[in-house]
Write a protein that binds this ligand. Structure first.
Ligand code: EPZ
Length: 426
């Protein structure tokens, strides 16, 4: 297993270009299953989860071609779906495989998708996805670890669905299912994440009739057929946020380009309140400079437009360097503080009580060997390593490779002393 070796203490300077959003690219690829025609997607990040999604679509007999230059263009054609199935071998490596459930039910009226199971950050059930599909007329059972769903009439029917809890991939799955359903679906308490809106934009280009994007009520009038199209996925707001923290935590001077500052509202506001000078240069560029004084601030994770849970670990790394106390409350996932104990091993003062972590700073962090437990926890540890004294070795970085395109090269490009240590070939 590869590791990262970081020698901390370098101020990051220069420009970092942000890649396409993993969490937009995944549903966009799944959406290509809704049509027999060609869907061309641009700005797909070169990360492992997208390769897993390609394998999944190929398993169903969709043709996925990745153009040589630039490799961020994918062309997907699914004239016929012979295996409406997401097998365990792929689902176990990527929970987002469940995003194929809605499109399969819409296109072929049947689906067999392995149950994703829990992961390091929480139990993460998919009960709300299933309940909503049942409301649309699907018959759903689980057997041998698989969700087995079918639309008895061959086609789902529109329904009024009120999500008990806001769910991002649940909203995306039902949007895709409803796009080809018979009649109108009204989705209430829907997720408002920019990635959901990006999916709506793509579906609309494919001929779907959807209104209410950006709000918590989405109306989808099912159509008979969707067609091919071309779409560029939005920039990754979590990657942008991670680099903003990298600039701030190393007391550097970083320009973050190819991003969408309009999606970064809560993160920008919190960092500015903490004393970090941030300038929105234009619609795609943000500039972060060193804070004269970094002050600890409380933060609670929320659904969009609140502060993203996917930025919590990175914010915690920043809080270890801020003066005073920061109480960080994790409201979305029940077990998303695994990075805290690793940061404590580096010298951070953090105490955890239930969903709340109290960080007392500033702490002089010192490098050691730490374990990455999930994608964003890994990012938090990289940030801690960038300010730690001496060498930090991060193990299990396969987590970070799932979602950050070329993070080592991008950090090196702005002056970080970081290298990938390849696992010996056995
Ligand atoms: C999406 O996961 C993202 N993944 C996650 O990003 C992100 O952390 C999360 O949304 C929250 O923003 C993708 O977009 C591929 P949820 P998702 O359904 O959709 C509970 C990353 O690092 N819930 O919005 O799986 C659930 O347990 C990843 O890139 C139910 O109880 O998250 C959680 O507590 C990690 N039943 C809450 O809702 C359900 O049926 C929100 O989860 C569905 C969800």
């Amino acid at each position: 297993m590869d590791k990262f070796l970081i020698k901390g203490g370098k101020a990051l300077r220069g420009t970092v270009a942000i890649s396409g959003a993993k969490n937009s690219a995944l549903p966009a690829m799944a959406a290509a299953l809704l049509t027999a025609e060609k869907v061309t997607l641009h700005n797909i990040p070169k990360v492992r989860d997208l390769i897993t999604m390609s394998k999944l679509l190929a398993f169903m007999d969709a043709k996925v071609s990745v153009t040589e230059m630039p490799a961020s263009d994918y062309v997907i054609e699914a004239p016929k779906l012979n295996h409406a199935e997401a097998p365990y071998e792929l689902v176990k490596t990527m929970r987002a495989s469940v995003l194929t459930l809605g499109p399969l039910m819409a296109r072929v009226g049947t689906a067999r998708v392995s149950l994703p199971g829990g992961c390091a950050i929480g139990a993460r059930p998919v009960d709300l996805h299933l309940k909503a599909l049942e409301q649309m007329g699907a018959e759903i059972g689980t057997s041998h670890g698989y969700i087995e769903a079918r639309a008895p009439k061959g086609r789902l029917t529109g329904a009024r669905i009120v999500f008990e809890k806001i769910t991002v991939t649940g909203t995306e799955n039902i949007l895709m299912a409803a796009a080809l359903a018979d009649g109108e679906t009204v989705l209430e308490n829907a997720a408002r994440e920019p990635e959901v809106t990006d999916l709506v934009v793509l579906l609309r280009k494919m001929g779907a009739e959807i209104s209410g994007d950006g709000t918590s009520t989405l109306r989808i009038r099912g159509v008979e057929k969707l067609h091919g199209t071309e779409h560029t996925v939005i920039p990754d707001r979590i990657e942008a946020g991670t680099f903003l923290v990298a600039g701030a935590i190393t007391r550097g001077d970083l320009t973050i380009s190819n991003c969408a500052p309009e999606h970064l509202g809560a993160v920008l506001a919190k960092m500015e309140q903490a004393g970090v000078p941030i300038e929105i240069v234009n619609k795609t560029t943000v500039h972060v400079r060193s804070a004269k004084k970094l002050t600890g601030l409380d933060m609670t994770t929320e659904e969009y437009p609140g502060f993203a849970t996917d930025m919590q670990a990175q914010y915690m790394a920043l809080a270890t360097q801020a003066e005073g106390t920061s109480v960080i409350v994790e409201r979305i996932f029940e077990n998303r503080f695994l990075h805290a104990s690793e940061m404590m091993r580096m010298g951070a003062h953090i105490s955890i009580e239930g969903h709340s972590a109290t960080v007392r700073g500033p702490s002089a962090l010192s490098g050691t060997v730490v374990q990455a437990s999930d994608l964003r926890a890994s990012a938090g540890l990289v940030l801690a390593g960038l300010v730690a004294n001496g060498e930090t070795m991060i193990e299990r970085v396969y987590h970070i490779d799932r979602g950050y395109e070329g993070i080592v090269e991008k950090l090196q490009g702005v002056g970080a002393d970081i290298e990938r240590v390849h696992a010996p070939v056995s």
